[in-house]
Design a protein around this ligand. Structure first.
Ligand SMILES: [Zn+2]
Length: 152
């Protein structure tokens, strides 16, 4: 959904610059793929999503706050976003692509050298055979509880 998150701004741009500097080449926002992943790495049969912690509900993250008013409205919205994400990851994985989610909190307020370090981790993941990964403030978590069933 195009209205969720911003394109070509802030955190995503910073990650892209770091990866580019590491010599990684990618396609952007491939609308032919489920969820139109932010970055596509055909060479590594991998896609990367840069997700806002609020909209995509980053579990246990301080930026994944629940608005105090209109609770039902937000709960439905968050649930719909999560369901859509899961469906997208599921189809991508099923088609043989590998999926890495980089949460915005992993990028926010990071200095260039920290971004390069993160870029190196992403680079390492791309060159691995891992199928699903999740990057928050603690670096890459190989699979989250919710996706264990998807990652064989
Ligand atoms: Zn987060």
């Amino acid at each position: 959904m195009a209205s969720v998150g911003q394109r070509d701004t802030g955190p995503e741009m910073r990650l892209r610059r770091a990866l580019h500097r590491l010599g990684l080449r990618y396609r952007l926002h491939d609308r032919k793929l489920p969820g139109s992943p932010d970055l596509v790495f055909p060479r590594f049969r991998s896609v990367v999503f840069v997700h806002g912690c609020f909209w995509h509900v980053h579990k246990g993250c301080k930026f994944a706050t629940e608005p105090a008013s209109r609770k039902d409205f937000w709960r439905e919205k968050f649930e719909a976003n999560q369901k859509r994400d899961r469906r997208n990851y599921d189809s991508l994985l099923a088609s043989g692509l590998r999926v890495l989610v980089v949460w915005e909190c992993a990028l926010k307020g990071k200095k260039d050298e920290e971004l390069m370090k993160l870029g190196c981790e992403v680079d390492k993941w791309l060159k691995s055979t891992k199928r699903y990964g999740d990057v928050g403030t603690d670096g890459i978590v190989e699979s989250t509880q919710s996706f264990e069933s998807l990652v064989e």
